[in-house]
Design a protein around this ligand. Sequence first.
Ligand code: DOR
Ligand code: ZN
Length: 346
Amino acid sequence: MTDYIKLIRPDDWHLHLRDGDMLAAVLPESARHFGRAIIMPNLVPPVVTSQDAAAYKARIMAVMPDGAQFSPLMTLYLTENTDADDVATAHKSGLISAVKLYPAGATTNSDSGVADFDKVRGVLERMAEIGLPLCVHGEVTDKDVDIFDREAVFIDRILDPIRRKTPDLRVIMEHITTSNGVDYVKSAGNNLAATITTHHLIINRNDILVGGIKPHYYCLPVAKRESHRLALRAAATSGDARFFLGTDSAPHTDPNKESACGCAGCFTATNTMSILAQVFEDEGALDNLEGFTSLNGPEFYRLKPNKDHIILRKGDPVIYPEKLMTAEGEVSIFNPGFPLLWQIEA
Ligand code: DOR
Ligand code: ZN
């Protein structure tokens, strides 16, 4: 029985660090284990220009824990007014690693996102030219589309047409939640990849709704039926390099989650690696864990893997705190619903 795994230090290819007091509280949770993370730009106001990204990066670095070897990889929030020259300059200087597309209204702080996709054609073409990846929140927002169908419809109505018009654009479908997402990535060539979150490997929609509503399992895209969860687990653990970890760890204070109109987001930064080791072990795929967390992402982003390693050891259950205390209030840490036996050695 394996009870020891040495992994190249993992990266998180989709992370919400927020700002201010929340940033200061959640950053150590990611910086402790991860080498790099793609930092989501959905602040209020969003990170739209290269100037915004530089200022946000400075605010992150200002609260970086001493000794942490963690690099925030910045992104710009795509709007219908985004300036292609500004994007290209930010890319050339190494300031940004991707641009993020939110369909307007799809999720938390996405109001400045894109409603008319023709208006961003110029920027997408420029990104294809310079090799800058597009991270996509893949859900339509049409009122007539059921929330559980929004990813599949997005692929057909929005993403596939964009990719046909701009075949050289490198796209990451973020936090896929359906077998449709898995199949679409598998059907495509090297310019398409997908991130998968920790929580979507664990929960299905019953976990959110059966026996009382569980606001801490509510996120967007919302978890789907069990067959989709199983498709995500198969993809994540398969060794296929087009799938890699993007936790979408998204802190909200408990009052904002446990509310008549609760916020979307699961906070997994603290225990993600312990959970993933268990998932990969349960699937008989521990050998593919390093690919998913540490190799496939850098390969798609054309970066080198991290140089150092982490060690996971299996033993007695690891007790993680239930909540992270922040100056804005308590944030519940994702509860996978099973004991976590894999611990990261200090
Ligand atoms: O659940 C989510 N939370 N999904 C998103 O797309 C955004 C995120 C957030 O910012 O809270
Ligand atoms: Zn997100």
